[in-house]
Design a binder for this molecule. Structure first.
Ligand SMILES: N[C@@H](CCC(=O)N[C@@H](CSC=O)C(=O)NCC(=O)O)C(=O)O
Length: 293
């Protein structure tokens, strides 16, 4: 048997909900970094090659790693039930030490914004879009052949919700569905997004290419069915960081309002207590589009 060109190191093998959560590391060429991630395999899937299982990616938010979603999202119970693997990648390159990289919670490490930076020094290794849509999936799907590269969905939270929406629009047809918890839905117009885009991108003309509220207006791919959940008491919704209404208005502008469902949850905040409360709904949304519900 040929040795796969790409190697993962298993740091932990954890039995949960009848399946297995692997804590992995690997060398990323595009991020120029050793990267950690977690992958949940539903019952019976790890170690077999067929039947393949669909894959759901969870993109986490600012300050997070692959651990937040896998430990506090409560996705694995529902993924086990529907026979779905869940990939929990990290949120930025971890191998560098650019000026200011580790100083703020909303820029640099753990704040890669799921885009390919064009401004130096970030352009060297802050290439999260290529990592999430190309390098890491190619490596995972060839190493763990049970993962079905033809049935893949996305979901994400906050900065990761921005990633789940923008990567879906930027790569038409690559993902069966997407959904988001409290996404940063119009980053060009909020403080988190303005800081990230002006730091990572060479010119302001590039901003629209990374903003879900702009991308939905120019999207030419297949129709979609986007689910967004957000807490009414979300401090970042109230603080103007999420701007979900702008995304809904853009959907209306291009006649796609029926393809976007936004559900506001009474009393809920921005935390994983909110996310885990709606984990079932988001995994089942993906399960429907992945053909297992
Ligand atoms: N100042 C806070 C802000 C960090 C925070 O709330 N992060 C959220 C994501 S926000 C948007 O991407 C988060 O999910 N945190 C991790 C968690 O487990 O709650 C701070 O630095 O704490």
């Amino acid at each position: 048997m040929a040795t796969p060109a790409f190697q993962f190191t298993t740091k932990a093998n954890i039995s949960t909900f009848g399946g297995t959560l692997l804590k992995l590391t690997h060398e990323s060429a595009v991020l120029e970094s050793t990267m950690a991630l977690n992958v949940f395999f539903p019952p019976g899937a790890l170690g077999r090659s067929t039947p393949k299982v669909p894959v759901l990616w969870y993109l986490a938010g600012l300050t997070c790693s692959g651990d937040n979603g896998s430990e506090k999202g409560f996705f694995n119970y529902w993924a086990a039930k529907y026979g779905i693997a869940v990939v929990y990648p990290d949120t930025s390159s971890r191998g560098s030490s650019h000026p200011g990289e580790h100083d703020a919670y909303d820029f640099g490490s753990a704040a890669g914004f799921y885009l390919d930076a064009t401004k130096e020094p970030w352009a060297q290794n802050y290439q999260m879009e290529t990592y999430i849509t190309d390098e890491l999936p190619a490596a995972l799907y060839s190493y763990f052949v049970v993962l079905d590269s033809s049935r893949v969905s996305l979901m994400g939270h906050s900065m990761g919700g921005h990633g789940a929406l923008t990567l879906f629009f930027k790569h038409p047809g690559k993902f069966k569905s997407t959904s988001a918890f409290a996404p940063i839905a119009n980053p060009s117009k909020c403080p988190w997004g303005e800081k990230a885009f002006s730091g990572y991108l060479e010119s302001k003309e590039e901003w629209t290419k990374h903003d879900a509220t702009e991308l939905i207006k120019t999207y030419k791919g297949p129709d979609f069915d986007i689910l967004i959940s957000c807490g009414i008491a979300d401090e970042f919704l109230k603080g103007g960081q999420l701007l979900i209404d702008n995304f809904v208005a853009a959907a209306k502008e291009v006649g796609r309002e029926s393809q976007v469902t936004v559900k506001y949850a009474p009393n809920c905040d921005h935390s994983y207590y909110f996310i885990s409360s709606f984990a079932q709904e988001h995994v089942e949304h993906a399960a429907k589009h992945l053909g297992v519900l």
